[in-house]
Design a protein around this ligand. Structure first.
Ligand code: UFG
Length: 327
């Protein structure tokens, strides 16, 4: 029996595939390579190039392989883009989920681990954020993830785990795969472009937030810790665990300025900064309570030092300054 990974050529998907294969799982990947990369596809996995909105591709995969469960990453994930083009998010994310669930139902595949996001919470009511807190997305990306979570919930006999990630960061320690977005908007890769000589400075989006140093605080979680949580969630469902939702974060917050200082230590270079305007829709603080994942899934994040997280990202970016430059 194999695990179907939708979006296995993307950042978090490719790291999860790596960990699944390391643990002896048989993996099938579907990816349309819109934001994923051919070079990120693990050669030990069987790859289908296609879009999950295309029912016939899914039908082919489910016919040709014995699929035990699905891990679903295939989605667009840029907050800013989602505000400009919400229908792209409702088509790819929500529409993709609908077709995937249809195919799973037809082929009696009854387990799914879903890549959700802290973006479902919007402006938090309290810190740290718990799974029972109010969900009130402030952008179409977060809304699409919330709708996807809710769609799964209504499917009879489907066992699911939805994982709400906070700020994914870092890369595999060997430096084989890493974070490479065709459009980069994330803080850590952008900071590292300064010591790489690819950008002159990093702009700090606002210094007047109600935080100790005035810059936004986020909860950075290593991509391999996220990958491990997916495997624990899969095993939890295999063992008859009840469908549920879990936050995934380190439970510690770092401000933009603290991340820049940590990156200066890791790279041993001074990083030039400029203070810019606030970015629309940025909450001052987002910190997860991951107690539930720790207790129920037995998840223990191994990378709880932010310099360690940044150093794995630095290794990848230093060796691959153009990302997956074969494309
Ligand atoms: N930031 C800067 N300068 C930059 C880029 C980012 O100051 O050039 C700041 C942002 O304003 C924010 C922090 O750095 O305060 C982190 O920003 P990211 O864009 O790296 O991450 P976000 O917290 O905005 O978003 C992440 C995920 C989203 C997800 C969200 C959920 O990338 O997919 O967390 O909380 F929706």
């Amino acid at each position: 029996m194999a695990i179907l990974v939708c979006g296995g050529a993307g950042y978090i998907g490719s790291h999860t595939v790596y960990q699944l294969i390391k643990r002896g799982e048989k993996v099938i990947i579907i990816d349309n390579l819109q934001t994923g990369h051919r070079r990120a596809i693990n050669p030990a996995a069987k790859f289908y190039e296609g879009d999950i909105r295309n029912f016939s591709v899914l039908e082919k995969i489910f016919t040709e392989n014995e699929i035990e469960a699905v891990i679903h990453f295939a989605a667009n994930s840029l907050v800013g883009e989602s505000v400009e083009n919400p229908l792209k998010y409702f088509s790819n994310n929500v529409g993709g989920m609908q077709v995937l669930l249809e195919a799973m139902k037809n082929f009696c595949v009854d387990k799914i681990v879903f890549s959700s996001s802290a973006a479902v919470y919007g402006e938090p009511e309290k810190i740290p954020i718990s799974e029972t807190d109010k969900t009130s997305p402030t952008n179409p990306y977060g809304e699409s993830k919330l709708i996807m979570e809710q769609m799964i919930k209504w499917i009879p006999n489907l066992h699911y785990v939805s994982l709400r990630y906070f700020n994914a960061a870092g890369a595999i320690e060997s430096g084989e795969i890493g974070e490479a977005h065709k459009i980069e908007t994330h803080l850590i890769p952008l900071i590292l472009q300064v010591p790489l000589g690819k950008r002159d400075h990093i702009t700090i989006f606002g210094e007047d937030y109600p935080t100790p140093d005035g810059t936004c605080i986020r909860d950075y979680i290593h991509v391999l810790d996220l990958a491990d949580a997916h495997i624990l969630a899969l095993n939890y469902l295999r063992n008859g665990g009840k469908s549920d939702i879990f936050n995934l974060g380190n439970g510690k917050g770092f401000s933009v300025k603290e991340i820049i200082s940590a990156a200066e230590k890791v790279t041993a270079q001074k990083i030039k900064t400029e203070i810019g305007m606030r970015r629309a829709g940025d909450p001052a603080q987002l910190i997860a309570s991951s107690d539930k994942a720790k207790k129920i899934l037995n998840w223990t994040p191994k990378f709880n030092d932010v310099e360690k997280i940044i150093s794995t990202a630095w290794k990848w970016h230093k060796n691959n300054p153009e990302g997956y430059s074969d494309e």
